[in-house]
Design a binder for this molecule. Structure first.
Ligand SMILES: [Zn+2]
Length: 478
C-alpha cells in the first residue's frame, strides 16, 4: 500500500553562525563555556536593554545565500516572534518574517533533481534547558540565547528520506566550506525540522502535514521520515485523518509522538521590532561578500576530477569534509602525485581517524611526516614495508619520520654504481635467460626486473633499472 503514496517533505534547517559575538550584544558566541557565563542584560532580556545588530552576522547570512544562489533583499527587517518558553527570557525571539535577507535559491541533487529554497533569514537562538533528575529538576543555560542563527526553508520538493539526507549534506557542506557555520550537529550547531505529508500517487491535492522538530543528526532525519511517512499512510488506510500537529521524534524508541497542535505564523503575533532599525543592504556589499566566498565542496570535487585527474570516487570522499580536503591539499603541495596522495589519505589516514574522533587530520599524522613517508617510498629510499611501519608509529605521535627512518637504519639510498653492479650480477647468474631475449624480449626483461628486486630485497629503483637492463639486453643480441 505504501507504493500508492507520494511523500512530500519540506525542511527548515537552523545553523548557528560562526561569529565571535552574539547577534544583538557583545557576549561571546562560544560553545561549552561555564553555564550562564556568556550573558548580559540584552541576551537575557532585562527591561530597558537595547539590542545592537552584529554586522558580521548579516554578512555571513548574505554569504550563505550566495552558496545557494539566493537573491539578497535590499532591505532586511527584524520582527518579534512572540511566545513564552523558559529558554526565552524576554518572551519573544527576534527573527524575520516579511523581509528575510535571502530570497529563493536551490540545491541540485546528484540525480539532477533541483530542490528549491524559499528563503534564509537571520534570527537569535534561545537558551538551553538542561533536564536533570527529579530532585534537581530542569536548569536553564542562557549562553546560547542570542547566538546568531540562520533558518533556511525549502519548498516541499523532497520526496524521500534519502533525498532529504543528501540535500542536508550538501547544504551543510556549503556552510562549512564557506566558513559560515561549523554545523556541529552533536553540539546542536545545526538542527533540522521536517514537515511531512503523504498523498495518493499522482494526486495534486496535498495531504495534511505534521512537523518534527530539532532533529540533530542525519541518521535521525532518515529514521524520523521513514517512520512518519509509514505512520501517515497507515492512518489514512485505516480510514483516519491526519491531524496537523507538531510531533516529537523519540530516537531511542524509534517513533514520533503527538506534542501539540501546529501553530501558524499569526499565532506568534509578529510585528517589526521597534528597537532595531531595518537594514539597507547595498549591491556593493552583496558583491564584495560574494568575492569572499571560497571554493565550495562541489566545485572542489569537479576540479579534483578535471584538473588532478582523480577518480570520481576519490574526489567525492576527499571533498566530503573540509578538514579532509584541507589536509589532502597540504600533502599534495609536497608530493606531486594526486592519486598516490589520495590513496594514502583515503586508505591509511582516514582509517586511523575512525578509531578516534578528530577535528583535523594533522592530529592523526603531520603533513610533514606523511609527505616524507610517501616520497621516500616512491623514491625507494625506504621499502614499502618500512614506510608502513613508520606510518603506524607516526600516527598520534610526536616523532619526526625522517629522523626516525635514519636512526632505525631504514634509509637505503642505492648509488647508481651499486645498481649497475646488482644488474650485472643477476645477468651473470641467468645467462640462459639472456640467450632467450631475442625470442621473448618483454618476458625476459620483466624476469630481470623481478630478479633484481629479489636480489635487492625490493630496494632497487625500477624506473632507473629498467632502461639499464634494456640497454644491456639489446647489446647482447647485436
Ligand atoms: Zn549578551
Amino acid at each position: 500500500m505504501f507504493e500508492d503514496y507520494d511523500i512530500v517533505i519540506g525542511l527548515e534547517v537552523h545553523a548557528e553562525l560562526k561569529t565571535k559575538t552574539k547577534v544583538f550584544c557583545s557576549c561571546k558566541n562560544e560553545f561549552g563555556s561555564e553555564p550562564n557565563s556568556n550573558c548580559c542584560p540584552v541576551c537575557v532580556g532585562l527591561p530597558g536593554a537595547l539590542p545592537v545588530l552584529n554586522k558580521k552576522a548579516v554578512e555571513l547570512t548574505i554569504k550563505a545565500g550566495h552558496t545557494i544562489g539566493s537573491s539578497i533583499s535590499p532591505i532586511a527587517v527584524f520582527e518579534r516572534k512572540n511566545y513564552f518558553y523558559p529558554d526565552l527570557a524576554k518572551a519573544y525571539q527576534i527573527s524575520q518574517l516579511e523581509r528575510p535577507i535571502c530570497v529563493g535559491g536551490s540545491i541540485t541533487l546528484d540525480s539532477g533533481k533541483v530542490i528549491r529554497i524559499n528563503r534564509i533569514h537571520l534570527e537569535e537562538d534561545a537558551g538551553k534547558l538542561v533536564h536533570k533528575n527529579d530532585k534537581i529538576g530542569t536548569l536553564i543555560d542562557y549562553n546560547r540565547g542570542g547566538v546568531p542563527l540562520i533558518e533556511m526553508v525549502t519548498e516541499p520538493d523532497i520526496s524521500s528520506a534519502e533525498e532529504a539526507v543528501e540535500f542536508l549534506m550538501k547544504y551543510r557542506s556549503n556552510l562549512v566550506f564557506g566558513d559560515i557555520a561549523d554545523c556541529k550537529m552533536e553540539q546542536g550547531g545545526m538542527r533540522c525540522d521536517v514537515n511531512l505529508s503523504v498523498k495518493k500517487k499522482g494526486s495534486s491535492v496535498l495531504g495534511t502535514r505534521t512537523e518534527m522538530k530539532n532533529l540533530n543528526s542525519f541518521k535521525m532525519v532518515q529514521r524520523a521520515i521513514e517512520f512518519e511517512a509509514r505512520r501517515q499512510v497507515e492512518e489514512i488506510e485505516a480510514g483516519k485523518t491526519i491531524v496537523q500537529e507538531t510531533r516529537k521524534w523519540d530516537d531511542n524508541r524509534g517513533r514520533s509522538f503527538a506534542m501539540r497542535s501546529k501553530e501558524e505564523a499569526q499565532d506568534y503575533r509578529y510585528f517589526p521590532d521597534p528597537d532595531i532599525l531595518s537594514v539597507e543592504i547595498s549591491e556593493d556589499v552583496v558583491n564584495s561578500i560574494k568575492k569572499t566566498l571560497p571554493e565550495l565542496s562541489h566545485q572542489k570535487k569537479l576540479r579534483y576530477i578535471e584538473e588532478l585527474g582523480l577518480p570520481a570516487y576519490d574526489a567525492k570522499i576527499l571533498t566530503s569534509e573540509k578538514y579532509i580536503c584541507e589536509y589532502f591539499e597540504k600533502v599534495l603541495d609536497k608530493v606531486k602525485n594526486p592519486k598516490i596522495v589520495s590513496n594514502w589519505v583515503m586508505t591509511e589516514v582516514l582509517a586511523k581517524c575512525k578509531e578516534q574522533a578528530v577535528e583535523s587530520l594533522e592530529e592523526v599524522i603531520s603533513v610533514k611526516n606523511l609527505a616524507y613517508i610517501i616520497n621516500a617510498v616512491q623514491d625507494k629510499e625506504i621499502t614499502r614495508i618500512n614506510g608502513k611501519e613508520l606510518f603506524e608509529d607516526a600516527c598520534y605521535s610526536e616523532f619526526d619520520a625522517e629522523e626516525e627512518a635514519k636512526s632505525r637504519g631504514m634509509v637505503v639510498k642505492m648509488s647508481d654504481q651499486d645498481l649497475e653492479k646488482f644488474i650485472g650480477e643477476v645477468m651473470e647468474e641467468n645467462r640462459s635467460a639472456v640467450a632467450d631475449y631475442k625470442d621473448n624480449p618483454v618476458k625476459v626483461e620483466n624476469f630481470f626486473i623481478g630478479s633484481l628486486m629479489k636480489k635487492t630485497q625490493g630496494k632497487a629503483n625500477v624506473e632507473k633499472a629498467r632502461p639499464i637492463i634494456h640497454e644491456l639486453l639489446e647489446r647482447s643480441v647485436r
